[in-house]
Design a protein around this ligand. Structure first.
Ligand SMILES: Cc1cc2nc3c(=O)[nH]c(=O)nc-3n(C[C@H](O)[C@H](O)[C@H](O)COP(=O)(O)O)c2cc1C
Length: 196
């Protein structure tokens, strides 16, 4: 079975650090056999504010279908004013009510300029994911002082930080392999038995 992971970058700032950190997690996913990665960049979607008609309905539908088709999701958000970024919240608000994130395992990666890291935003993101029925994994990855961890070209300057970021991806795959895949194969066997 192929595992499909959708990643969403919660910063749309040109040269943003969230995308640099997320790129390491995406690389880790791409290195894993049997894993397909679909990165979503919100600046390309022009998502509507909740309740307003979309300017690009096809892009919105495609966004929802892509997330709906995922085995798991990796959400990466910067910490803005003690919470998740407004683009990340807008993305989640555009995933339907009920949300297509429902039942999905979700790995959370947060980056922040400050020394305490993305503690508030990762906790907030976990609460929102749980609220919409998703399964946020324990141990969100929070990176503090992000400007000291990467150079402006996006190279990670600290091996331990890189390893930690990559774990946000491998933890998600481990969870899917141990908790989701056995359930799916068991269901397939049961279906085959029912069909005779
Ligand atoms: C509107 C705004 C609010 C921010 N608030 C915080 C904050 O509360 N705590 C913090 O550590 N960094 C804060 N930052 C700095 C970001 O964490 C920093 O820009 C970091 O690089 C991650 O954002 P980026 O992915 O857009 O680069 C803020 C940045 C912006 C643009």
């Amino acid at each position: 079975m192929s595992i499909r992971i959708v990643t969403i970058c919660g910063s749309v700032r040109p040269g943003n650090y969230t995308a640099m950190a997320l790129e390491l997690a995406i690389d880790e996913l791409r290195k894993t056999p049997g894993v397909e990665v679909i990165p979503i960049r919100l600046e390309t979607l022009d998502l509507p504010l909740p309740g307003l008609a979309p300017k690009n309905a096809a892009a919105l539908e495609q966004f929802q279908q892509t997330v709906a088709s995922a085995t798991g999701v990796l959400l990466a958000s910067p910490e803005y004013h003690g919470g998740i970024s407004s683009p990340m919240k807008l993305a989640i608000d555009n995933l339907g009510f009920p949300s297509v994130l429902g039942d999905k395992p979700v790995a959370i990666l947060g980056v922040a300029a400050g020394v305490i890291g993305a503690i508030k935003s990762t906790e907030q993101l976990r609460a929102i994911c749980a609220h919409v029925g998703a399964m946020p994994l324990p141990l969100a990855v929070s990176i503090a002082r992000i400007q000291q961890q990467f150079d402006t070209e996006g190279n990670c300057l600290d091996a331990a930080t890189e390893k930690y970021i990559r774990r946000s991806a491998s933890n998600l795959i481990d969870y899917i392999n141990h908790a989701v895949c056995p359930k799916i194969s068991l269901e397939a066997i049961l279906r085959e038995m029912e069909e005779g």
